[in-house]
Design a binder for this molecule. Sequence first.
Ligand code: MG
Length: 249
Amino acid sequence: MIVLKSPREVGLMRQAGHILADVMDRLRVTVKAGMSTLEIDADVEAFITARGARSAFKGYRGFPATVCVSINEEIVHGIPSARRKIRDGDIVGLDLGCVVDGYYADCAFTLAVGPVPAAVQKLLDVTRESLDLAIKECWPGRRLSDVSHAVQAHVEAHDLSVVRAFVGHGIGRALHEEPQVPNFGDPGRGPQLRPGMVLAIEPMITMGSWEVKILDDGWTAVTKDGSLAAHFEHTVAVTEGEPEVLTRK
Ligand code: MG
């Protein structure tokens, strides 16, 4: 069942989302070559706590950290570690959520640290653009798969691949609610979007094949062929009119 949120509930999710928007702004400045991924995690956890919110990921199904840090061929769910240092030329996926008064918001973006080849920059740009195009579909009356199709059409037009194994999701009083929001599919299918639906839309895109494997830590998802991957995510509320990106200020 897709749970519709009241304006009050969307308001709490907006509070959570705006904290995440500030975290993303901060990470764009603070993440540098030489930093460990655990340092990033500690900084973000302190920031979220100081804002009166709680990490959505820490303890979720046993995940040990606040931020998923996924570098290069890692797609999602990388575990922060004191031993893993950011290097120049890395692309760093940063995925996190927070909770305000029981209501969740979820976001992700992928950052290039130092100069990267044009093809890698294109991966990041096309992934971010595919998310923006998906958000533009979130008007009442559109179908859920219109959102999915917008991602796939843009990504495949640029000869990149859509990961199938992970999808976006409804979000609200839980981090993951119905419906699932795939990043692929034909348009015009699935439930109609209605005001009060809130979706976490999160394209995960690779430069090679879309197949994934999970590392021995039980969490980190990497591309099977070792190709680079990017991940962008926003929490988006369907309204009576224009969609509201709750994780953007
Ligand atoms: Mg998510």
